[in-house]
Design a protein around this ligand. Structure first.
Ligand code: ADP
Ligand code: MG
Length: 168
């Protein structure tokens, strides 16, 4: 993979059933695509739900990949995995067996009705920024700031949800 190859980051979350096994299955499916190579996987983090509060804690993880898929192709590939693993789209921000979001795709900025990159809520979410800092602290984001700088700004707002490293 060299021509048209991009680094991208995927945010993964699950809060229903065997959360860890849903994340593992999603990672496997992603890595099985011939046009995707998994570079790094963060630790697992356990996070208090945001938005719709009457649901279990989430298990979250961030993955770095290298891919020749376009952002749109990557999105529909990830949605296919969500469907295959049994996600039902019932309540926005509600319980789900798996949520796969494209966080970043190279230094690209995209804003269409179906796809917004960088992911519009990632910079307010500790469960994205903490695992991202673990695997890519010095990564430069499209706005020119590093992951470290973004996380420091988030911590200053004191609005970060409860989050802890997951140990089994
Ligand atoms: P959330 O991930 O915010 O909890 P959903 O997963 O239910 O919400 O949202 C799914 C919709 O978000 C999809 O239909 C997709 O078109 C849209 N979307 C926009 N930008 C992105 C992105 N960067 N990654 C994944 N989905 C996105
Ligand atoms: Mg999503």
């Amino acid at each position: 993979m060299s021509d048209g190859c991009h680094h991208a980051f995927i945010g993964m979350g699950s809060n229903l059933g065997d959360r860890r096994s849903f994340l593992e299955k999603a990672s496997q499916e992603i890595g099985n695509h011939p046009q995707v190579r998994v570079i790094k996987l963060s630790s697992l983090y356990e996070t208090e739900p945001v938005g719709y509060l009457d649901q279990g804690w989430f298990l979250n993880q961030v993955m770095e990949i290298e891919t020749t898929l376009t952002p749109e192709e990557l999105l529909s590939f990830l949605q296919g995995i969500e469907d295959k693993l049994g996600r039902k789209r019932l309540i926005r921000w509600g319980p789900r067996v798996i949520d796969l979001d494209i966080l970043l795709y190279g230094e690209l900025t995209i804003e269409t009705p179906e796809l917004v990159i960088p992911h519009p809520r990632m910079y307010e979410r500790g469960f994205v920024m903490l695992p991202l800092q673990e695997i890519a602290p010095d990564l430069i984001h499209p706005d020119g700031k590093t992951t470290r700088e973004h996380l420091a700004m988030l911590i200053k707002t004191e609005k970060m949800e409860k989050i802890r490293l997951f140990q089994d």
